[in-house]
Design a protein around this ligand. Sequence first.
Ligand code: PLP
Length: 961
Amino acid sequence: MLKAKNTLAALEDHAEFSRRHIGPAAPDTSAMLAALGHSSLDAFISEVVPAHIREAESLSIADGIREHEALAEIRALAEQNKPLKSFIGQGYFGTRTPNVILRNILENPAWYTAYTPYQPEISQGRLEALFNFQTMVSELTGMDLANASMLDEATAAAEAMTLCQRMSKSKSNVFFVDTDCLPQTIEVLRTRAEPLGIELVMGDASEGLGELEVFGALLQYPGTSGAVQDHRALIDAVHGQRGLVVMAADILSLLMLTAPGALGADVAVGSTQRFGVPMGFGGPHAAYMATRQAYKRSLPGRLVGQSIDSNGNSAFRLALQTREQHIRREKATSNICTAQVLLAVMASMYAVYHGPAGLKNIANRVHHLTSVAALGLGKLGVSIANTAWFDTLTLAVDGKAQALHQKAREGGFNIRVVDDSHVGVTLDETSTREDVEAIWSLFAGEEALDFDALESDVAPVLPGELLRGDKPLTQEVFNRYHSETEMLRYLRKLADKDIALDRSMIPLGSCTMKLNATAEMIPVTWPEFANVHPLVPAEQVTGYLQLVESLEAMLCEITGYDAISLQPNAGSQGEYAGLLAIRAYHASRGEEERNICLIPSSAHGTNPASAQMCSMRVVVVKCDDNGNVCLEDLRARAEEHSQRLAAIMVTYPSTHGVFEEGINDIAEIVHTHGGQVYIDGANLNAMVGLCKPGKFGGDVSHLNLHKTFCIPHGGGGPGVGPVAVREHLAEFLPGSIAGGSGAAGRAGVPVSAASVGSASILPITWMYIRMMGREGLRSATELAILNANYIAHRLEGRYPILYRGNNGRVAHECIVDLRPLKESSGISGEDVAKRLVDYGFHAPTMSFPVAGTLMIEPTESESLQELDRFCDAMIQIRAEIAKVEAGEWPLESNPLVNAPHTAEVLVEESWSHAYSRAEAVYPLERLRREKYWPPVGRVDNVYGDKNLICSCPSIEDYMES
Ligand SMILES: *Cc1c(COP(=O)(O)O)cnc(C)c1O
């Protein structure tokens, strides 16, 4: 008998999005609370979150709406964008994403929900794709090795500049920049150079260096104007001064033009956007960086290398990690953590899909079409400023630039306004004969030009000495998957090697691997968001601008800050932008000398690395035995550096997974000494709807939209790292790139190549907040905290939980201390992490923030069943360790040290271990029915770093060996 009243609201209740986003259903929540000795979620949360930072009011955010309603709202926003055809160029191009790549990578959770491949055994698929990316880049640039992506071309150029500074033997502090470099690259270089005391000198590369002494130079190839120049003389001149040369090269043009490596450049950077990645109003896209062997240890970003596994088979893993901020901290080569993996995978697969011949056809076609366009323009009496070109023409138009721009827009396309008397047109893969005719029509009177006749008259315009002679991309991978069936299966084969969120929970502390809901992802690939050039007039992107404004308002409300910039492409970039704002603020008050940045010893590696990029001096503050910032030490350091104190960078809740009671004291101490408080917001998932960093002492925070706000990790990027500030810092937030819309009224310097950074993935976060609404957001936080405490509760007794708050509770993550077990058994954290693979799980965060520990963060999205599945695995592993402790299994050979076990080792004739084959691969009954088989055994890191291989061997190398 139905008692409840049949109202629409009651019947639709189950369709609320937050119920799908949050894993545990109401009865499970009660069960978990009961396990923790509570009957009310409210009371439990009050116990965990310190009362003095708790917000009294609930968020002023609209109620959540259902998936189809939110999709309709964002559809209406999308439709306000007017994606005209773009001939703007300037580093962004129309491209066709092959549909097999669109659906099976960009729209496939097996790829987009994966984490950064720190655990190589469960990441062979994405590692292979990145290895292909590195191979593609090394081949096209003619360099020895390339990394696995950079955040954008402009920051890649800036990182290359600092690589030159580290590696050049010149004493100069001058970096030469050719005036024909991309304007946004020049802007970001200025941002990066200033704090480091690097002097940028702009000049015309064709005129040489003259008397100038430099430690390095940046050349654009081809130039922004379209000019294709032979830079060998300048490269020799820089080398003559023991400086190094960076070439920012267009990836498609390199199919036709001599590679930067062959011209003598030391570093090559650029964007791979036009290899099948939509423009997306500026991003995300993968940039690349390649260099010579000699500079491999100075390379920023991640590098995939080939090594061997425990069975002697070849296997991929991240190489030379000692360069990175996790280990090197303020001495790291760069602060990059999250990069652009998903987009790098797409670009590499574009090369796999087309192969060298297909890519060359695309390049030739673009070039041919440009040359026909040029010939026609010549016939129409238009003077072309560049004598050679690949895809771009600069037209001298005698004061008519704006009028032509207007006429073009009326005709449905955008051209580039260089200045009042010059416009640029750039063609791309999507350009057609009709497009060329449309460009002609800007200048033509009545008479129409005959495309066919002109086409047959086209003569080569690329300088003969710059025509590429060698044949890049002969590797098998670029020559094998050219039917769609083959391509589809290759993508599937790689994805199947990996563990992503579509397989099981990824309990990575600090990384917040929560649900990336399908409804959130759907708008990303809508053409109205995807096919928009970042430098179009504001009137064409009103949908985007409203989305940005709405998202900024929501994020300000959630964080308690007054202003926010969505420009930074990752948390690390948000940190950098936040510290720059602090620096500018002090300078505005005549306190330039403030350059000390206090950082607790438990901080994430990006914090000190970012501080270093701002020329701040890092002073480490101790943590006490409970893992809290040691207030005594903080007072002493603040006192000691009072006159020069710039800031403290502190993570909240702490990287130890605890709501420190003393956070207000920390803020007060620093403020008293004139410093600013930077609260690293990576752990915001423990605070949304409960407390606000902008209200309990923070002056500035970055958020990680790819952690708290559902942007998928993509295997190591993309990300968005907005920087939020209080009123007094608002004017120092990153400003727009010239010509870009999106960050009105900000005076600060830009930190990314595009004004709104990775704009095309902002719909994900917008959808999440819109669907969750005020209540949903708070519930998510509460459940994230409950889930973590439930895990801590189930594991305690078996494993020590390292830190807890005053109340005995953890925040949204917990640290399992394996050091005592290492003592008693010899089994290490790494062994446990690898053994989890045999149980079908991705390992928790290893050795951060404390060596020898695992940090577990379940997030709210994991159901009670999944939490139990994970805890069961951990508990069973503890029982296995007990057998080693008891001497039942020898330390040299037990399921832990031999983990993970591949199918291959199982079927070997001999089995000489003290444990059985079944104990190796089916330690829990359920695994007989649901088994993930790792494709490789434990990967040897040391071997791989000693024998560094970062790209596929070419056919010639095979033949030689
Ligand atoms: C993830 C993280 C960062 C860096 O963010 P990215 O987006 O990877 O650059 C900084 N601090 C903490 C505590 C983090 O967990």
